[in-house]
Write a protein that binds this ligand. Structure first.
Ligand code: DX5
Ligand code: ZN
Length: 220
């Protein structure tokens, strides 16, 4: 019971000095994935809510904000205010994922939960109905351009089984090392939403790269 694939290019691999133009190069993108890093939860620092807000002004595409930050409960509302379509935060960064999800949903924003490669699905499967999105990290968060970790697909299968068992609309997203070579295995395991940074912006034609990813993600 999978949805049509959603391809969410990550602007982490785009030219930060020309974000408006970089987003206009990818008309085929379904969502725009915005990687927020705080230099504490991950060893890298990127952009925050003011830049997300500026991006929202130059595109009609839904902003899929991925917060790789400590204490996400303190910051999520800033991303709702910025115009995020969904806000995904790390399970490892909070003791109250359900409380944060409910706050996001009350404000009409999609709630997303993500887990790092070392975090097990157990303990989070039972809260899947509280979320619009589950994001499985298939690299250590922090940087683009890393290699896909195929072992993460067992977690995808576990969440897919639970989402289908409960007949939920929750999307199952994967992030890290997604390319034309790896996306098919993620689709087979049960993903329906794909983040791709270097595979899109590293391509000579980023929009064509999105279409190729979409084709390979469409499970026959
Ligand atoms: C990594 C970020 C990813 C990153 C993916 O911490 O969450 O969204 O941009 O980049 P690629 O697709 O190059 O692995
Ligand atoms: Zn991301």
């Amino acid at each position: 019971m999978s949805h049509a694939p959603i391809i969410a290019p990550s602007i982490l691999s785009a030219d930060f000095a020309r974000l408006d133009e970089e987003i206009k190069r990818i008309p085929s993108a379904d969502w725009i994935h915005v990687d927020v890093m705080d230099g504490h939860f991950v060893p890298n620092l990127t952009i925050g809510a003011p830049v997300a807000k500026a991006i929202a002004k130059v595109t009609d595409k839904p902003l899929d904000c991925h917060l790789m930050i400590e204490d996400p409960g303190r910051w999520v509302s800033d991303y709702v205010d910025a115009g995020a379509h969904s806000v995904t935060f790390h399970a490892e960064a909070t003791n109250d994922p359900v409380g944060i999800a409910r706050r996001l949903r009350e404000r009409g924003c999609g709630a997303g939960l993500t887990i790092k490669p070392g975090t097990l699905a157990d303990g989070y499967l039972e809260m899947v109905s509280e979320f619009d999105l589950i994001l499985i990290m298939s690299v250590e968060p922090g940087f683009g351009g890393q290699s896909f970790m195929p072992d993460m697909l067992d977690k995808v299968r576990a969440f897919r089984a639970e989402i289908d068992r409960l007949r939920l609309e929750t999307r199952l997203e994967i992030d890290g090392g997604i390319s034309p070579e790896t996306i098919g295995s993620a689709a087979e395991a049960g993903c329906d939403t794909y983040v791709a940074g270097s595979a899109v912006y590293g391509a000579a034609d980023p929009d064509a790269a999105i279409e190729l990813l979409r084709e390979r993600a469409t499970v026959a």
